[in-house]
Design a protein around this ligand. Structure first.
Ligand code: ADP
Length: 466
């Protein structure tokens, strides 16, 4: 048990470690692909800007330039009339919104970039964002309308040192940093960002191979672990069964042996030796117990033989009803003398191909179980009929019944139901295993249906001719 738990804990821990490692790797790949994506599109954007400029002699802000210069002239005149600080402040706000609006609405760069990307087979679905750094109006004195915090005119244009501002998502790519527009009446500086809406989808597509491989390896290891664990559990179960079997067998063998020993001692007693009847009785007892001992040993020997070789059936064509009557009669006169056994047969076909010896063992095992696993006077109903080309024989008893879990295992070698292991009911857990083997060797099958405390019904189906 301890061993099993260690394996379980070790297995689960390894799987957790494996999953963590895989998650770490996949996250690394994801980050790398993300960076690659950004680099790829930054390079492409630069290439695009250069080509647009070269082919069309525009940077996409021509209309913006004209509109801003016109309107700035008007604003300068308006400014000259203002004295109040507050009014000045309001006008600055208005100017900034106007600049923002114009630069966003009238620029052609996004459209040009998009067509360029499309023509190169790249993704063209991006959103753009313009972040204004500085707005100045050039009158007699330069008026700073707006200056973004931390902005200096001589700052480096290097993208890598530029941190994305709050209003721009972290996945954005800076395409035109520090774009400077200047007219007669104004100066404007802004950054132009693009952000691919389906970037996640594209990166995921690129990461899918490593993601798939990771999931596969986790799945594979999981399955392998499950199989190993199940095998281990099965081995444990079999080893427990074997231990139980050895205990039961020792117990079974000890009973006739100790009877024989006691009987031998009895025969040594002088008062017994003079009593012929007692001698005969004791001799009979020794004989009976030896036969029982012999049967037990044969049973154990037989099982190892069955394991090694295929069943060698010696089939004969027999009358099924006749053979059933014979087996039941001899059972009645043997161990089943106190059981009430009823028989009802309605076989459509009279003859069947059977190995009589094995078939007798099969019926005997079922009948003796019906008697053995009974807590009251045993009543056994045997019913026989035909289904297509098969004969179906049902053995129903009024015994202690078998619970659902045990029902799954009772045909296994050495298996004894939990109540069966206490020595109240003697046995080696082989009877039903034999039954199943014999039935299967005849090309049939055996099933059980039972309710604890209500009795059990075993159904044997055998083909008439196989
Ligand atoms: P054994 O009788 O030696 O234990 P079997 O293979 O004949 O071995 O039976 C396996 C187990 O199935 C038994 O331990 C018993 O618990 C259960 N069993 C078999 N037949 C019956 C029955 N007719 N009624 C109740 N339990 C049964």
């Amino acid at each position: 048990m301890k061993n099993k738990n260690t394996v379980l804990i070790l297995g689960i821990t390894s799987i957790i470690i494996l999953i963590s490692v895989q998650v770490f790797i996949v996250m690394g790949v994801w980050k790398q692909k993300n960076e690659l994506f950004a680099i790829r599109y930054t390079i492409r954007s630069q290439e695009a800007l250069y080509n647009i400029w070269k082919d069309m002699s525009t940077d996409g802000f021509d209309t913006v330039r004209i509109l801003l210069d016109q309107k700035s002239g008007e604003y300068i005149k308006e400014l000259a009339t203002l004295k109040d600080e507050k009014e000045l402040e309001n006008l600055k706000q208005e100017i900034l919104s106007y600049f923002t609006k114009v630069v966003n609405q009238e620029q052609d760069l996004s459209g040009l970039l998009s067509s360029y990307f499309e023509s190169r087979g790249l993704d063209k679905n991006f959103k753009y964002k313009i972040v204004i750094n500085n707005v100045e109006l050039i009158a007699a004195d330069t008026l700073i309308v707006y200056q973004r915090k931390g902005f200096t005119n001589n700052r480096s244009l290097d993208r890598s040192t530029r941190e994305a501002p709050k209003e721009v998502s972290s996945s954005s790519i800076l395409v035109r940093p520090g774009t400077h527009l200047e007219g007669n009446n104004y100066r404007l500086n802004f950054d132009y960002y693009i952000d691919f809406s389906d970037k996640k989808k594209l990166v995921l597509k690129e990461t899918s191979a490593s993601l798939g491989m990771s999931s596969m390896s986790i799945l594979l290891v999981g399955i392998m672990f499950m199989i190993t664990y199940r095998n281990l559990r099965e081995e444990r179960r079999l080893s427990n069964l074997k231990t139980d079997f050895i205990n039961n067998m020792t117990h079974e063998l000890k009973t006739p042996l100790s009877t024989i020993t006691v009987a031998g001692k009895t025969l040594e007693m002088p008062q017994i030796r003079s009593d012929d009847v007692k001698i005969l009785e004791t001799a009979k007892l020794i004989g009976k117990q030896s036969v029982h001992l012999n049967q037990l040993i044969n049973m154990i020997l037989e099982i190892s033989m069955w394991e090694r070789t295929q069943f060698q059936l010696d089939k004969k064509t027999v009358k099924i009803e006749e053979i059933m009557n014979d087996v039941v009669d001899s059972f009645r006169s043997g161990g089943g003398n106190h059981a009430t056994i009823s028989q009802k047969y309605d076989f459509k076909v009279a003859e069947i191909d059977l190995d009589i010896v094995y078939f007798t063992t099969l019926v005997n095992n079922l009948l003796s179980n019906a008697v053995k696993y009974s807590d009251k006077d045993p009543v056994i109903d045997i019913e026989g009929f035909s289904i297509e080309d098969n004969v179906c024989i049902r053995f129903a008893d009024n015994g202690i019944g078998i619970n659902k879990t045990d029902q799954k295992h009772i045909f296994d070698k050495f298996y004894r139901a939990s109540t069966g292991n206490i020595h109240k009911f003697k046995g080696l857990g082989l009877g039903l295993y034999y039954v199943k083997k014999i039935v299967e060797a005849h090309g049939g099958n055996v099933t059980v249906s039972s309710k604890t405390g209500k009795g059990s019904t075993f159904t044997v189906i055998l083909p008439y001719h196989s």
